[in-house]
Ligand binder design. Structure first.
Ligand code: ADQ
Length: 474
């Protein structure tokens, strides 16, 4: 079996420096779990940024490099200026908002950020090329590295290259706003297989390639520069077994009971998100406010818990956004709180997965209402954790997961009245309806887990033609 080189912006490790000691700990998380199997089985490498190591001593840095080497991880170092321009700037202030249709958040005077993005993508291509051996397969991930497939193709024309986009690919009318649209498309088309979460994103990509580059639109394969580029929809998922294991764990179950007891008989409605403006938290809060306004008799019977993990704190749009969320939560709690309780318990922190699963088990209703989301794993984690087939899922139509999880209560997150009514509907859903819906949801999540996702993509990559000439190529 050929080696697999995985390439992502971040390495799947965290470097901890504690006084004299330094440690490198593999990170947890769905994607890492999904890729760890193929990474270990095929004796491959994982290339990415290890985080900022500037504060480490020479000796500590050597120790880190040694440890990374043992883990099959190859560091691609970034300067702090590059982190600010390539990552915070172009990746997270241009591509991220644009691909999520949030055009008003777009930072368009970004020429220098673009330059840095290009340079860092070149560095990644160099790093891959220097490790590459004939026969290797290369799997490049996500919007931070869209140019790498073509850059690597220039260095190694017959390399077998896959690219997967974890965020939505927007409609061509939105994508065309990007001043660097042509370079991004050509960058991705350097791959043999380009993967998206849904067929809708794939369609948008094909239509953009037709509009911007004049390619013949074909949903399965694009003929491009003498090659055939295969396009596929591979919905990403979670490590279901791990969530089932946690959901059965006695300590996790005890914690879930404790959370329920502290709610004093109130039903629990839960949100778990990175505190990102794409996740729809302010509109969700407004829908909760509308619900509280409309349902006075239910006010004392519901507790809303919002767990929000801090994210991208150096990007301006995120600091403003945090203020908006804090103000909304404060206003609603001020209006509807009593001396005994407040309606919204807002926790701005990260939590170990066992704690998150205890919340999933305690929640009667899960709200996943992003304005746009490539896939969204939180809804799949909730479904996987509900091993007794209870609970109700409220899911945004604009999450990639909506294409699969059709038995959820789907809502338009922009329609505050509709979300408020759906909260009410979920709270009064009968146990038998919960069971029918949850069983169907669980069947789908269990059979389409993360292992299947990576397996399907890698199978297609295995069959891909490398640089074999395409018939009718342009
Ligand atoms: P994200 O935007 O990060 O991923 P998501 O898929 O929902 O979004 O994954 C978030 C992860 O963070 C989940 O595993 C969740 O449990 C965890 N998490 C959230 N809040 C937490 C907290 N407070 N404490 C601890 N953990 C928390 C991007 C795309 C998605 C796509 C994934 C994978 O934006 O659309 O599904 O990549 O492709």
């Amino acid at each position: 079996m050929s080696r697999l080189l995985i390439v992502s912006n971040r390495l799947p490790v965290t470097v901890h420096a504690d006084q004299g000691d330094v440690s490198v700990v593999p990170s947890a998380g769905g994607l890492v779990t999904a890729l760890r199997g193929p990474h270990e089985r095929h004796g491959g490498l994982w290339l990415g940024w290890p985080g900022d190591l500037a504060q480490l001593t020479e000796e500590q840095r050597r120790e880190v490099e040694e440890r990374l080497d043992q883990l099959g991880a190859v560091p691609v170092h970034l300067t702090s200026a590059e982190v600010s321009r390539y990552y915070d700037g172009f990746s997270n202030s241009v591509l991220w908002p644009l691909f999520h249709y949030l055009v008003e958040k777009l930072h368009l005077d970004a020429r220098q950020d673009w330059e840095s993005y290009r340079e860092v993508n070149e560095r990644f291509a160099d790093a891959i090329a220097s490790r590459y051996r004939p026969g290797d397969r290369v799997w490049i991930h996500d919007y931070q590295l869209t140019l790498v497939p073509a850059m690597l193709r220039r260095r190694i024309p017959d390399a077998r290259i896959g690219f997967f986009l974890h965020i939505p690919f927007p409609a061509a009318e939105v994508f065309r706003i990007l001043p660097w649209r042509e370079q991004v498309l050509r960058g991705m088309l350097g791959a043999d297989v380009v993967g998206f979460h849904t067929t809708a994103y794939r369609y948008h990509f094909v239509y953009s390639a037709a509009r911007v580059l004049g390619l013949d639109p074909d949903l399965e394969t694009l003929a491009y520069e003498g090659r055939r580029v295969r396009l596929g929809a591979y919905p990403v998922s979670i490590d279901v077994d791990e969530f089932v294991r946690l959901a059965r764990d006695e300590e996790v179950r005890a914690e879930a009971r404790r959370i329920r007891e502290s709610a004093k008989g109130r039903k629990i409605v839960l949100g778990v998100d990175r505190l990102d403006y794409t996740k729809g938290i302010p509109r969700r809060m407004l829908a909760i406010e509308r619900f509280l306004e409309r349902e006075p008799e239910l006010r004392s019977k519901v507790r809303f818990i919002q767990l929000a993990v801090p994210t991208r704190e150096k990007v301006d749009a995120y600091a403003d956004f945090r203020r908006v969320v804090n103000e909304l939560v404060g206003r609603i709690n001020g209006s509807y709180g009593t001396l005994d309780d407040i309606p919204i318990h807002f926790l701005h922190r990260s939590m170990p997965m066992a704690g998150v699963v205890a919340l999933y088990l305690a929640a009667d209703v899960m709200m996943v209402t992003p304005l746009r989301d490539g896939m969204n794993l939180v809804c799949k984690e909730y479904v996987a954790s509900r091993i007794d087939d209870t609970g109700a899922l409220v899911l945004s139509e604009f999450a990639g997961a909506a294409a699969e999880l059709i038995e959820a209560l789907q809502v338009n997150p922009h329609d505050i009245d509709a979300v408020a009514s759906t909260i009410q509907r979920a709270l009064v859903m009968s146990p038998s309806e919960q069971r029918v819906r949850m069983q169907a949801l669980r069947r789908r999540v269990v059979t389409h887990d993360a292992h299947r996702w990576s397996h399907r993509f890698l199978n297609d990559l295995e069959r891909a033609s490398g640089a074999a000439p395409a018939v009718g190529a342009v």
